[in-house]
Every structure is written in structure tokens, then in C-alpha cells.
Design a protein around this ligand. Structure first.
Ligand SMILES: Nc1ncnc2c1ncn2[C@@H]1O[C@H](COP(=O)(O)OP(=O)(O)OP(=O)(O)O)[C@@H](O)[C@H]1O
Ligand SMILES: [Mg+2]
Length: 368
């Protein structure tokens, strides 16, 4: 079966205890698309997957897969397959029997089941592991068995709920490429849930950024990273320095914002007006040393973290704001004892957005 489109038309999900986990949402995922939903813990990602797969009924609105309304259709008759956060393979069955499990319930003969399982194991590059037991595989291999098992029933839509979260970093990065290639080969529509922006950016055709039960922005990785539409999207996807203040002037598609750090110019893509409370965002890699910038401030280096090919610097401005700077590691970053020095960023690399809730930074989460 080829991938099918998924349409959420005014979908709202309220749990029996009265809590609305997903507020009215319109969303169209195209047939054959690799679509990610990215957002922090508790924002409603799994709830959307449960609604699409039929484990929970929307309290309002409709869900269509292809042209078909899914109202009152149970999970077993929807053209979807779901891969959970903590997958469980059957330990006593061989790898191929695990993959073929869903076919047995559908009355497929053993010979055909084995043939189909072998085909899928080839697809996930495990063709030579069919007779092993799951315990004899690595974490990444087990994950691929789970994917093959989900694909065995020929779903039009594969729903993946943080399927890589149990794997270590190296394996996770490797599996990103594998998943992407499996999706391309099969043409199945993938909805991939993650709170890891690196995963979402590297794998997806498009990403939905979600916060507190609402999708705040849908776009390609480039769009979401370079042209965030909300303060939350700017602060959640990638790192960003944020300077809050008020808009003091607007001209063409640029705006001027007055902040405790000084006056800065940035792109006014949200059409802010003079007097509006606003936040300017600028990525660490867009901040540099020197005075050759449209926006300038003076700051002292407080920490230098070597990442290998690049260096992360934490600076403190004269007015007291933390400014993250990321530079390629070409041996020219200053030492920590140095005096205050001029730093800055181009006006075109800054974006001015309406004031709103910010994502918590890794530093804040780690401090808890
Ligand atoms: N069965 C339920 N009854 C009531 N509230 C629920 C239920 N399941 C989830 N919630 C609440 O709904 C909100 C969204 O939950 P959901 O599981 O969709 O979040 P999530 O984005 O998948 O989070 P995580 O990244 O931690 O998996 C949370 O506040 C959660 O506490
Ligand atoms: Mg979840």
C-alpha cells in the first residue's frame, strides 16, 4: 500500500478527566511525507498519534486518512501502524516470526509469512539475522525489527512515537539515516514524534512545532530554524539568544527594538508595530567578535566549551545578559580572563517576534 494523506480538521482531544491535551488543530500531512511533530514533554504529541491511530476519539473535529473519515473506527481497522517509545519484541520468537506476527492473525500462510518477513528484513538490512532471537541483536537492530514488524501489515501510515529515545547517541544518529531511507523506499507516510530537534531537522520533509496542546508552526526544517513564527519556536528549535524589549521604529520589513542591552535592528516578519512588547532572537552562530556588525554590544567571556569542530562561548554583556556564541574551531577564540570586547550580529540574522512563552533551555533543565 502506498502512503496516504492525513487530515486533522478542527481536532480537539479532551481526556475523560476534563483536561484538553490538544486544542483545536488543523493539519494536513501529505501522502508519502516524512512529517515530524516536535515539542517538549507533555505538549500533546502522543495524544495526536493516539487520535490518528484510533486509541482515543477526538472530542471535536474529524480525522481523515486519504479521503476516509476515521470516526468510530477502531485501531485494528485503520490503515495505520504504531511504534511505541519502548518497543517490545516477543523474546521467544525468532526475528522473522516477530516481523510476521501481524500476518498470522490475518490468516496468511506460513510460507507467505516467511517470504514477506524476509523481504522486510532485507529492507531494514537484517536479511541475515532472520533466525536469531531478539536478545541476540543490538538495540539498533531490534529497533529495525520493530519497524519491519510495523511495515508487515502494509500500513499507509506509520506512526513513530520517539522510537529512538532508548538508544545511545551514536546509534540514534545512525538510525536517523536508516529511517529516512526506509521511508523513501516504502513511500509510507511517516508521522515521527520527537522532542529532539536534531532528529526532526535531519529527517523530516516538514516539522510541526508544538507547545501546550497547540501546533505553533508547520514548515520545512529550514523555515522553522531560519524563520520561526513564535517566540516558543525560536527558542525550542535550536539555540537562540533572546533580548526582550519594545519596538521603537518600523521600516519596510525591519524593526528596531529597545532592550536593556541597547537598541537593535532585526527582521520584522511578524509585522510588529511601534510600542509592541517584543523579543529579538539571534542564533549563537550568527554572533561574532568585532565591530563590523549592524548590531553591537560589549561582553566578557565567562565560559568556553570545546565541542570539537566548533567552540561554544558563553559571554556576559555589560548590561548583564548571557549571550551564547558559537564559532568554528580555528584556534582564534579568546581565553576566559580577557576583558570585555565588542561583539555583534547582522541585522538580517536577527528576528523580532511578539513576546511569548520561551522554551526552557538545556541549562535550566539541567539545573533542576
Ligand atoms: N489518559 C490521560 N488522561 C488525562 N490526561 C492525560 C492522559 N494522557 C495524557 N494526558 C495529559 O495530556 C498532556 C499531553 O500528553 P501527551 O502524552 O500527549 O504528551 P507528549 O507530548 O507525548 O509528552 P512526552 O514527550 O512526555 O511523551 C499531558 O499533560 C498529560 O499529562
Ligand atoms: Mg509522548
Amino acid at each position: 500500500m502506498r502512503g496516504q494523506a492525513i487530515t486533522l480538521d478542527g481536532v480537539e482531544v479532551t481526556y475523560p478527566n476534563g483536561f484538553t491535551a490538544v486544542h483545536q488543530t488543523d493539519l494536513k500531512v501529505e501522502a508519502g511525507e516524512f512529517f515530524s511533530i516536535l515539542g517538549p514533554s507533555g505538549c500533546g504529541k502522543t495524544t495526536i498519534l493516539r487520535a490518528v491511530s484510533g486509541f482515543v476519539e477526538p472530542s471535536r473535529g474529524r480525522i481523515l486518512i486519504g479521503d476516509e473519515d476515521q470516526a468510530h473506527k477502531g485501531p485494528n481497522i485503520r490503515p495505520t501502524a504504531l511504534i511505541f517509545q519502548n518497543l517490545a519484541l516477543f523474546p521467544l520468537m525468532s526475528v522473522w516470526e516477530n516481523v510476521a506476527f501481524g500476518l498470522e492473525a490475518r490468516g496468511v500462510s506460513k510460507r507467505k509469512r516467511k517470504a514477506r518477513a524476509e523481504e522486510l528484513l532485507d529492507l531494514v538490512a537484517l536479511g541475515d539475522q532472520a533466525d536469531k532471537k531478539p536478545t541476540e541483536l543490538s538495540g539498533g537492530q531490534r529497533q529495525r525489527v520493530a519497524i519491519a514488524r510495523a511495515l508487515a501489515v502494509d500500513p499507509a501510515v506509520l506512526l513513530l512515537d520517539e522510537p529512538l529515545s532508548a538508544l545511545d547517541l551514536k546509534l540514534r544518529q545512525h538510525m536517523r539515516a536508516e529511517l529516512r531511507s526506509i521511508q523513501r523506499k516504502t513511500g509510507v507516510t511517516f508521522i515521527y514524534i520527537t522532542h529532539d530537534q536534531g532528529e526532526a531537522l535531519t529527517m523530516s520533509d516538514r516539522i510541526a512545532v508544538m507547545n501546550e496542546g497547540r501546533i505553533e508552526q508547520v514548515g520545512t526544517g529550514d523555515e522553522v530554524y531560519s524563520a520561526p513564527k513564535t517566540a516558543f519556536a525560536a527558542s525550542f528549535v535550536g539555540e537562540a539568544n533572546a533580548f526582550a524589549g519594545r519596538v521603537t521604529a518600523v521600516e519596510n520589513d525591519m524593526a528596531c527594538i529597545e532592550t536593556p542591552e541597547g537598541k537593535f535592528l532585526g527582521r520584522n516578519s511578524a509585522s510588529m508595530k511601534v510600542g509592541d512588547a517584543a523579543v529579538l532572537f539571534v542564533r549563537p552562530e550568527a554572533v561574532g567578535f568585532g565591530t563590523a556588525f549592524g548590531n553591537r554590544l560589549s561582553a566578557r567571556l565567562v565560559r568556553r566549551d570545546l565541542e570539537g569542530s566548533f567552540v561554544n562561548l558563553l559571554m556576559r554583556s555589560d548590561a548583564g545578559a548571557e549571550v551564547a556564541v558559537q564559532m568554528p574551531n580555528v584556534g582564534t577564540t579568546p581565553g576566559v580572563e580577557d576583558d570585555a570586547r565588542p561583539i555583534g550580529f547582522a541585522c538580517g540574522s536577527a528576528i523580532i517576534l511578539p513576546e511569548g512563552p520561551l522554551a526552557r533551555t538545556g541549562r535550566e533543565v539541567a539545573a533542576e
